[in-house]
Design a binder for this molecule. Structure first.
Ligand SMILES: Nc1nc2c(ncn2[C@@H]2O[C@H](COP(=O)(O)OP(=O)(O)O)[C@@H](O)[C@H]2O)c(=O)[nH]1
Ligand SMILES: [Mg+2]
Length: 195
């Protein structure tokens, strides 16, 4: 499936103001700067539908995009960014978790982890929280164009080992928004799990 149509439908930092549609939703979560906006742009084949920033922590709201008037992609605020206050981080984290637990059309979350580094406590904490709340998730290893095939395989194995006792994960998927690695697989996984 090649995605041709995608539209921004709204964004907010207040959950009660989040636009509602009748479409299934897939959310993208991860640390600031991990590559969420780039990944969203890459799967919808657009350069700047989702705002890309080299300034970490800038995306403070939940942004929604429709795809082919069928699905909704949900760009979550980045977590774990140290330069904002603890209270702000807590507020974003609470908002995200409330979304996952209460949002009617939410189907699955893609947790983005930077392939170049060991997963951080905030990454593992997110995964653990999703697992404990019985929510379906996919781990996406971002920026794989920056490391070797061997390093990609090692990182994938590391995450799979971590997930060994977990049951709600779909896959650990190597990805690059630059080369398109993993893109067709990701679209197929989304299609299979939320349609
Ligand atoms: N080389 C490479 N750089 C990437 C990739 N994805 C994102 N980036 C870069 O990483 C930075 C943060 O990306 P962004 O999508 O804004 O991250 P977000 O904060 O998670 O939304 C930007 O400078 C991007 O150009 C990727 O797959 N490969
Ligand atoms: Mg972003």
């Amino acid at each position: 499936m090649y995605i041709k149509k995608a539209d921004f439908i709204g964004g907010t930092n207040k959950l009660e103001d989040l636009p509602k549609t009748s479409h299934p939703e897939v959310a993208f979560a991860g640390r600031s700067n991990v590559g969420k906006s780039s990944l969203i742009n890459s799967i919808v084949n657009r350069k700047n539908l989702a705002h890309i920033s080299s300034n970490p922590g800038k995306t403070r709201q939940i942004n929604l995009y429709t795809v082919e008037d069928k699905w909704v992609l949900v760009d979550m605020p980045g977590y774990g960014y140290a330069a904002v206050s603890k209270a702000d981080r807590q507020q974003w984290s609470d908002m995200m978790k409330t979304y996952f637990l209460k949002r009617e059309n939410f189907k699955m979350v893609c947790v983005l982890v930077d392939s170049r580094h060991d997963p951080m406590d905030s990454d593992l904490g997110m995964i653990e929280w999703l697992e404990n709340n019985d929510l379906k998730y996919l781990v996406v290893l971002t920026k794989c164009d920056k490391i070797s095939a061997t390093a990609i395989a090692e990182r994938k194995k590391q995450l799979e080992d971590f997930l060994q006792l977990c049951k709600n994960w779909v896959e650990v998927l190597p990805y690059s928004s630059v080369t398109g690695m993993g893109k067709n697989e990701l679209v197929a996984i989304i299609k299979k799990n939320i349609d």
